[in-house]
Ligand binder design. Structure first.
Ligand SMILES: Nc1ncnc2c1ncn2[C@@H]1O[C@H](COP(=O)(O)OP(=O)(O)O)[C@@H](O)[C@H]1O
Ligand SMILES: [Mg+2]
Length: 229
């Protein structure tokens, strides 16, 4: 469902962020992307969601050559991809329900469809009773659950999470991990998760891509053991 062929990325300032990346991910996989700061993890994600275009090579997602997409086609393409960030990025003046609903309203879904799906994803992330709460009234772990619910509301084929547990304590991180595994299983969403958290990566073993200075240096199907920094 996703393939990178000989992909390199050099930014305008001359920084080489990625070199000759070859990579294939099948539908339904759950894959970690790990590597030190500056190794190219976020660049890889930006190539996938069309924020950046490759300098060389082909980025193919769902049969679409993402690097060749016209600007006007990018928003429609992005509906295939849900994104979650370390810092949640919720709308502070909207309730939990409204935050999730908003993602569907921008696609002009009918109100009835929106209400039904919002309740469904709130249940999935374990926040049935928090619909009327504002983000500031929630813990970090709960806010990340809202962000995940919002990211999957439109049933994207791919969920990309860039350090989703970076601001959470170990217990909460583990809960988020269990939730992402449930989404992967129950919604069939392909998940790519960037993380620094070697405790999580060792505990919940999965295919693991390792980036170092822009090179894909390892691709471990069954995961691997990583020592804590
Ligand atoms: N927009 C940009 N313009 C120029 N250089 C960038 C830009 N974004 C990232 N870089 C550089 O590309 C390299 C990889 O960055 P990044 O993909 O953000 O790594 P990571 O997410 O692994 O920390 C770094 O050297 C970074 O400074
Ligand atoms: Mg990054």
């Amino acid at each position: 469902m996703l393939e990178l062929k000989q992909v390199s990325k050099t930014y305008k300032n001359g920084v080489n962020a990625l070199y000759d990346i070859n990579l294939k991910i099948e539908q339904g996989e759950f894959v970690y992307i790990i590597g030190p700061t500056g190794s190219g993890k976020s660049t890889l994600i930006k190539l996938l969601d069309g924020e950046e275009i490759p300098t060389k090579g082909v980025v193919d997602v769902l049969g679409i050559n993402v690097g060749k997409l016209r600007h006007s086609k990018v928003p429609k393409y992005r509906r295939n991809i849900g994104v979650v960030f370390q810092d949640f990025r919720l709308l502070e003046r909207k309730t939990v329900f409204e935050n999730i609903a908003f993602a569907m309203e921008v696609l002009n879904e009918p109100a009835k469809v929106i209400r039904k799906r919002v309740r469904q994803v709130m249940n999935l992330v374990g926040l049935d009773d928090k619909g009327a709460a504002f983000p500031a009234e929630l813990s970090g772990g709960q806010q990340q659950r809202v962000a995940i619910a919002r990211a999957i509301a439109n049933k994207p084929k791919i969920l990309i999470a860039d350090e989703p547990t970076g601001n959470l304590d170990p217990g909460k991180s583990d809960e988020i991990m269990v939730l992402l595994e449930k989404i992967n299983r129950e919604e069939g969403t392909t998940i790519l998760m960037v993380t620094h958290d070697t405790v999580l990566v060792n505990k919940h073993r999965k295919r693991t891509l390792v980036l170092e200075a822009g090179h894909l240096v390892a691709d471990m199907t069954e995961g691997g053991y990583f020592s804590h920094e």
